[in-house]
Design a protein around this ligand. Structure first.
Ligand SMILES: [Zn+2]
Length: 338
């Protein structure tokens, strides 16, 4: 099943199929419970086991485009991420819940040593704890699941007291009431790259001003491996610096094309560099360029150009700062400090 319209359409179709088959089938009275998640159905069948395949035939004759398969679980069955066990208490059928994981589940998530925000590293653990505290698991299943979460933490090098985290979560759930949610003060969210400890401090500072920060990792597979690596600096794109050959004036810029092409433009077209040389009477042929960061077009390029411009700012810089700043936060801090 793909994304987009497919899931809702499939849901509408299966909904119709259910209401037709379950109301007309002569075997419908054998069904004690019928629960569906998208195209996965769990059914508690009280008829003879020989009747079940006949009911499957009825389902499959509804539309040639849809084919159900059957898995007879006896008293236990796994459904989505749940392990269901059925027990007969007098005349009442009771379902006991456990957690089901596929055999291929390895528990590998983000390792402790990886440069990710701590919340990303704890996400797999927190999701598992959330599920554990929100499902009516049996005491045995709870204990088994706690041990499993501890194993996931260990695999990923996370030193966490899982049992304490669970107690805290349960306490928060008890204390939480609809009234405790802040009304009136609007929380604003910002997305920033995660750069280690400094980012954590920045986030706690921003929190005082009602900003919540969500971090994204700066190293992805795409940035770690470059499939195309042009050999010379002139062929690459990125953030560059141009120095005047006759004074200390310099310019920092970015180019998505090759450095050579952009450098040539600074000599032939009207730019901050060429206008400096013309007005100061400095030789345009003596300007030189260096590539500071090699990267292809994108948001990172703007951020780096901005960072390099701010970092090296001095009176000799030819950049027009009003045109350079992209991020209002940087401008704010920059104006604040100068
Ligand atoms: Zn100059």
């Amino acid at each position: 099943m793909r994304n987009g319209l497919d899931p809702p359409v499939a849901n509408i179709f299966l909904d119709k199929l259910e209401s037709d088959v379950l109301t007309t089938s002569p075997r419908a009275h054998f069904i004690r419970a019928w629960m569906r998640y998208v195209d996965d159905v769990v059914c508690i069948w009280c008829g003879s086991i020989n009747e079940a395949p006949l009911f499957l035939q009825e389902l499959n004759s509804y539309d040639p485009g849809i084919k159900f398969t059957i898995e007879i679980g006896g008293n236990t069955l796994s459904f989505v991420d749940l392990k269901l066990s059925l027990a007969d208490h007098g005349n009442i059928l009771k379902i006991a819940f456990g957690i089901h994981r596929k055999d291929t589940f390895s528990g590998v998530s983000i390792h402790r040593d990886s440069l990710h925000h701590p919340t990303h590293k704890a996400a797999a653990i927190n999701a598992a704890i959330h599920r554990l505290t929100n499902l009516p698991l049996t005491p045995e299943a709870t204990e088994e699941e706690i041990r499993y979460i501890e194993k996931i933490a260990e695999i990923n090098g996370l030193r966490l007291d899982i049992r304490q985290l669970i107690r805290r979560k349960q306490l928060r759930q008890i204390l939480a009431s609809p009234n405790t949610n802040q009304v009136g003060t609007k929380v604003k969210w910002i997305r920033l790259p995660f750069l280690g400890r400094l980012s954590l401090r920045l986030a706690s500072e921003l929190r005082r001003f009602n900003y919540r920060v969500r971090f994204y990792p700066i190293s992805t597979l795409g940035t770690l491996s470059k499939l195309k690596d042009p050999s010379t600096q002139e062929e690459q794109s990125g953030i560059y610096r141009i120095d005047c050959g006759e004074c200390d004036a310099f310019y920092i810029g970015q180019t998505g094309r090759s450095l050579a092409t952009r450098f040539k433009e600074h000599k032939t077209k009207a730019t901050a560099v060429s206008s400096h040389c013309h007005s100061a009477g400095h030789d345009l042929n003596k300007i030189s360029t260096t590539l500071i960061h090699s990267l292809s077009k994108g948001g990172t390029m703007n951020a780096l150009e901005e960072a390099e411009t701010v970092k090296s700012h001095c009176d000799e810089q030819l950049n027009d700062l009003r045109a350079t700043f992209i991020h209002h936060f940087t401008r704010f801090f920059y104006n604040f400090h100068t």
